[in-house]
Design a protein around this ligand. Structure first.
Ligand code: SF4
Length: 322
């Protein structure tokens, strides 16, 4: 049985949200676009869960996903996704400067996604297949669910399921019990069904592991392009399969004029971004903009007055408080 472990939620409450790497902002002149945001080294804890999670780590942080992941209540038709190399159209003017400014801002302005993002909830000390499965489940549950609620649900699954959170334990537990553990998560009834369906496929076809092929991940129930790309990044370290475009990435990319897509079509945002954004940024742009959207450029009340990119942002109406 897996060891009961301390949740990231509780860890987040007891530790400063500002991750150590973020406490030492680099002077502006030293920050360049080519400086990759690298994840902090994650030390194993006695309890089995990763301790403090720092910084704008990989695209391990999907977070609060009301996004392009089709609603769990809808049946999706997976679309073929071919990796592109970000050179199929001219990039927006000055995007590198804006990107750098947001990156610099995020170094001193941590967000929930940095500590309890769904992509970093599983302990790296777990056996690799279990780590991937728990990360995958955290991604699946995160759709339209806030990070703290998602983190608490993962904690309950780990501690309440006999044998911990594994494909086998999901198959053994009855659906009603599983759904009761998920209570609080958006669409928890349907997600419980998805979890069982996915666990069955992983056990039957992939030796209880997450497949490494994007198309095969897309075949799993409840998984759309955004989650599939994040799973490739968080579970397999494959960072160039595509961009995980959630509601924050979708909203902010449009505000900045980086894409021009409809509000209800984050998938179009993914495609447009992938046409010009170099693939080396495809993983980090998710946690970068998710965190920016969580603490600064929020959907309801963006802090335009103090925004580091207000001079470049074409959202004049927001800046006037209209
Ligand atoms: S100026 Fe306002 S709308 Fe534009 S990125 Fe900044 S906070 Fe968001």
């Amino acid at each position: 049985m897996q060891t009961r472990s301390k949740t990231r939620l509780s860890a987040a409450k007891s530790t400063p949200l500002i991750p150590r790497p973020l406490l030492k902002p680099k002077p502006k002149p030293s920050l360049h676009l080519n400086d990759q945001i690298t994840p902090p080294k994650r030390e194993p804890s006695e309890t089995g869960l990763t301790p403090s999670i720092a910084s704008v780590s990989l695209a391990r942080n999907a977070s609060n996903q009301s996004d392009n992941e089709a609603s769990p209540l809808k049946k999706r038709k997976p679309s073929p996704i071919k990796p592109k190399q970000g050179s199929q159209r001219n990039p927006p003017a000055n995007w590198e400067h804006v990107y750098d400014e947001i990156k610099l801002f995020r170094q001193t302005n941590p967000a929930p996604v940095d500590t309890i993002g769904c992509g970093i909830l599983a302990s790296p000390t777990l056996p690799p297949n279990i780590f991937r499965f728990q990360t995958f489940i955290a991604l699946l549950l995160s759709s339209q669910t806030k990070d703290p609620i998602n983190a608490a649900a993962i904690e309950r699954l780990i501690t309440q399921l006999p044998g911990g959170l594994t494909p086998e334990s999901i198959l053994k537990v009855d659906l009603e019990t599983l759904q009761s553990i998920l209570r609080g998560v958006s669409f928890h009834l349907r997600k419980g069904v998805y979890m069982k369906g996915a666990a069955q496929i992983l056990v039957d076809r992939f030796e209880s592991d997450l497949p490494k092929q994007l198309d095969e991940i897309l075949e799993l129930p409840g998984i759309g392009p955004k989650m599939a790309h994040l799973a490739m990044q968080c579970c397999w370290g494959v960072n160039d399969s595509g961009i995980g475009v959630d509601t924050h990435v979708h909203r902010i990319a449009n505000k900045l004029g980086w894409v021009h897509t409809k509000k209800e079509d984050p998938e179009a945002t993914r495609r447009e971004l992938e046409e010009w954004l170099p693939s080396k940024y495809w993983a980090e742009i998710n946690p970068l903009l998710v965190g920016f959207g969580q603490v600064h450029c929020t959907a309801v009340r963006p802090s335009c007055d103090t925004c580091p990119v207000s001079n470049e942002c074409p959202q004049k109406d927001f800046k006037k408080g209209k």
